[in-house]
Design a protein around this ligand. Sequence first.
Ligand SMILES: [Zn+2]
Length: 678
Amino acid sequence: MIPQDTVNRILDTAQIVDVVGDFVTLKKRGANYTACCPFHNEKTPSFSVSPSKGIYKCFGCGKSGTAVGFVMEHESLSYVEALKYLAKKYHIEVVEKEESAEEIAKRQKNESLLLVSEFAGRFFQESLKTPEGQTIAYQYFRSRGLEDSTIEKYGLGWAPLNRKALTEAAREAGYKEEFLTETGLAIKYDDGRIGGRFYDRVMFPIHSVSGRVIAFGGRTLRTDKSVAKYVNSPETEIYVKSRSLYGIYFAKSEISKKDKCILVEGYLDVLSMHQLGITNVVASSGTSLTVEQIRLIHKFTDNVTIIYDGDGAGIHAALRGIDLVLKEGMNVKIVLLPDGQDPDDFARRHTLEEVEDYIARNERDFIGFKSDLLLDQAGNDPLKKAQLINDVADSVALMPDPVKRAVYVRSCAEKFGIDEQILTERISSRRTDMILAEQKQEERKKAALGRQTPSPVQNAGDYGPEDVPAPMPDDYVDYGDPVPELVPVPESETVVITDRFLAPCEKELLGFILEDGCSPLKFDRDSKFYDENEQVNVAEFIDGALAGDPFANPSYRKVYDEYFVMYDEGLDQRQIQTRLLNSQDPEIVEVAKELLIEKYQLTVKAFEDSLTTNDTRLVIYVPKCLMTYQCRKLEVMVKELSAELMATEDSEKQIEILSRIEDCNRARTRLNNELGRV
Ligand SMILES: [Zn+2]
């Protein structure tokens, strides 16, 4: 653990231009720097670095972040590893915080398990060099076309015929028996004897993302049907099957460089492709593809190409994979190999150029793939055909991005010659089902936790233009829009509406604070906000106007509070921005990124196109946004009061509520008039 003040020192010291400049040639353009993006292939630069904000942003592929984020992305490092990298670069000493006894014990145990695994890996490699290993295993690897360099690089080995060979060697080398059994390398019998899990098998070590041996797959070379073809390590503290991908360590940098991951099925598929020179390949080996594996790939790219052999099981796996990938918001293509060959056969029979060419020319969109496949099965049966169209539409419904969905609806409608409207309806009803199902699941989870929350959780990105038809339409702040007619709303809905209605304004206000909180508001002398004794800055102006009333949206409230804690500590705007963007709390990072980086993209453009200065922009829009927000809060209050009014029978109370509603309406009219003037 790196102590927080060291983290802060690293964040304050790291200069984005310096850090990025170590990897990319930057050219100065105005206040910023540009370059060709290191994360995607391009000829004209769309990668921009802002030294004043300490961030980078690619307008081509959309990658963005701080200096730490850049190092993480570019070097495929974890957050802590990236911090250490920067500390080294800037000669900042990192004294790691003391761990609790429990943490130490856990870390030491994991380390012991890793060491035993690595010992076993070396043992299997050495065994490959014995006469037994040479005649059986090495011969086999050679017959599968694997070269010595590949065998060496991927640590392939041989588990000897003697079942006790590994356990005895480990004991001699001083490894404890308990770690052998806990890694699953050995099995303990009831009578206390132990024996190896792996014997008489060729061995494929499985590496973690950072390259350590965490498990093994062993394949028998016997044709005897009573012997299991594969034996794999069990799940352990260092090996979670559903989160591991075979080959990820050797493929990760190429995956992010090529911005594409190729997914195959088995160990040999990966090895043959790598050996041929196609190294952005991984396999889900041993399990069917899981969401966690997809997310692991998603760290490095948005694009997945599934290569499968044409047998029934392969098709089934490919179909399931497609839906999982789509649901994660990634793009998926499918390549079918000719004549039932698997990637291993195919790679061995062709040159690098041929394989690359074949993949490029045969990559198919999932709609084309799914429809051709299913159309074949459907023949002329109209019912089956309808089922197929629904099937494809259901896959489209999984995509989180509404723009992508719209594009696919069009191509689907064209392909099947049916009306777009029909598809759109099917898709939106599927999405509503999905969202309701998710909400139910969420509620059940909460109920299980024994916590009762009044509203569905609203995250920063939750009120986008997509998803369920929202009771309140606007996602954007339309300054000075006419006040909508007031309709009493049942109480249960008010919480949701409140957030949907107020959150866009809160987002805007928070944007001003994160972007320009410490900038002064230079009001004109004749402005009602002008004060000759004091020039107030954006953050204080907004905070003063809110008068201690917190934001309704929990994510924005959290970031707001976090900002002012640091502001009160006397940090400057740049420091606060950097810390928010590098917070340990992913919710804070998400909001900060959206407001500081995504919006920055728009602001930069807007500024290049206009003559307005930032001072003028702030002086006009900060008060406008505040008043709009206050107007909306009054509206929400009126809605709540109206609901209360409907609910009560007590006439005295009714009169009181009515008079409060009138107060609110008067205040609203006043604000609206002012908004009209500003
Ligand atoms: Zn890019």
